[in-house]
Write a protein that binds this ligand. Structure first.
Ligand code: UD1
Length: 377
């Protein structure tokens, strides 16, 4: 084993759900102690897929992520345009940096684009959150997950179902590492920090003081917001729910655009907020009576700390949240959403268990495994 050699890793992030995952990995990389551990030097690349202050910089600040070494400024566009722009710019970075390995996280377009670039340059690819499958190819993320995993060398996995999926696909078992969930590392870290954060700095003071019981809502999936009829149906049931309990709703830019385009009006008991930073969002949802969401991450975060969650999707790539967690899929049919809501409000909700290895140590495991992979050559 070459103790003196430093290995170089490029870590990629591009969109909001990536930032929660890279923060603990960077902390674990920075905490490496030598010389008994193979040293891994890292460079951080931000593709710029998300770029608004609230969608990007606010998260870097809350999550204590250092300034990226490269910002690719990819911006929005069709899938092809966005993916191509990221690929073109990321190729230059890889050629200049000559890393030993490129690490991508999650399932966004940046994950797909950078793994393809790396693999075609014959670099090793590590995928954190590998193996998740919704088996729904109408979801762009499912395509991103499948293509990324098709060319991944090292699979870091969050739940047993993902291990099973990868095995079924014939991936080499000795490259599948069930490490737990780096996003939950971040959640546990931020929860501790939240105790010392002064909410006086939060944007929504009046809300904080007025609301006792509320629903916390996030909504941004194209399958829910891009179609007029679907969005109108969801809005109508949300307005009905808001008659019973107020709803706090930080509105994603995609959803804001669509609500305007389709002229959907929300009840004034639905408090529409701009996208929130991580801490402010956590502050609200951890005390919510119920979370309603179509996000991937929030399904898992609610399970990790036992908050009831209704997921407005007909499938999930994160089934452990339903099997042993606090999550229930209700799809986007207004009646099913209402039934789910009634159930949470009137019956005792399942308490749920924390899935195996969601213990705040996943990123340490990732770095340790990388160290041993490098040291074996
Ligand atoms: C992307 C991810 C999705 C993830 C979501 C979290 C893909 C395919 N989708 O979806 O998996 O759950 O991020 O937010 O990678 N926009 C802004 N400001 C920004 C970013 C976007 O205004 O900083 C607007 C743009 O007008 C854009 C729209 O939001 O057209 C959608 O953004 P985009 O990154 O294409 O997809 P998301 O819906 O955010």
């Amino acid at each position: 084993m070459d103790l003196k050699r430093k290995y170089k890793l490029i870590l990629v992030a591009g969109a909001r759900p990536n930032f929660m995952k890279i923060a603990p990995i960077i902390r674990a990389l920075n905490a490496q102690v030598g010389p008994q551990i193979t040293q891994i030097e890292h460079k951080l690349v931000h593709t710029g897929q998300h770029y608004d202050y609230e969608m990007s910089q606010a998260f870097f600040e809350d999550l204590e992520i250092p300034e990226p070494d490269y910002f690719l400024d990819a911006g929005s566009g069709s899938h092809a345009i966005q993916t191509a722009k990221i690929m073109t710019e990321f190729e230059k970075v890889c050629i200049g940096e000559k890393p030993d390995i490129v690490m991508v996280v999650g399932d966004v377009n940046s994950t797909l684009a950078c793994s393809i670039v790396a693999k075609k340059l014959l670099l090793k690819v590590a995928h954190v959150e590998a193996g998740l499958r919704s088996f729904d190819l109408s979801m762009p993320e499912e395509i991103n997950r499948m293509v990324t995993d098709a060319i991944t060398d090292y699979f870091f996995v969050t739940e047993q179902n993902a291990v099973d999926n990868l095995k079924k696909e014939g991936k080499p078992e000795n490259r599948i590492y069930f490490v737990g969930h780096v996003m939950i590392d971040n959640l546990l870290y931020q929860l501790k920090k939240l105790g010392t954060v002064d909410p006086a700095g939060f944007k929504n003071q009046s809300l904080k003081q007025e609301l006792d019981q509320y629903v916390f809502l996030t909504l941004h999936r194209p399958s829910n917001v891009d179609n007029r009829e679907t969005l109108a149906g969801i809005v109508s049931v949300l307005n009905e729910i808001a008659e019973n309990i107020p709803i706090i709703f930080p509105v994603h830019p995609r959803t804001a655009k669509m609500l305007k385009r389709y002229d959907c009006s929300l009840s004034d008991k639905i408090y529409q907020l701009p996208p929130l930073g991580f801490q402010e969002s956590l502050y609200f949802w951890k005390n919510a009576r119920l979370v309603m969401t179509d996000s991937g991450g929030l399904q898992e975060e609610t399970t990790a700390i036992g908050v009831p969650c209704l997921t407005l999707r007909k499938n999930t790539e994160r089934p452990v949240t339903c099997e042993i967690g606090t999550n229930l899929l209700v799809g986007n049919d207004p009646r099913n959403i209402m039934n789910g809501f009634d159930e949470v409000m009137t019956k005792e909700w399942k308490k749920g268990e924390v899935p195996p290895k969601w213990d705040g140590k996943a990123a340490e495991r990732v770095v340790e495994i990388l160290g041993s992979v490098f040291s074996q050559g």
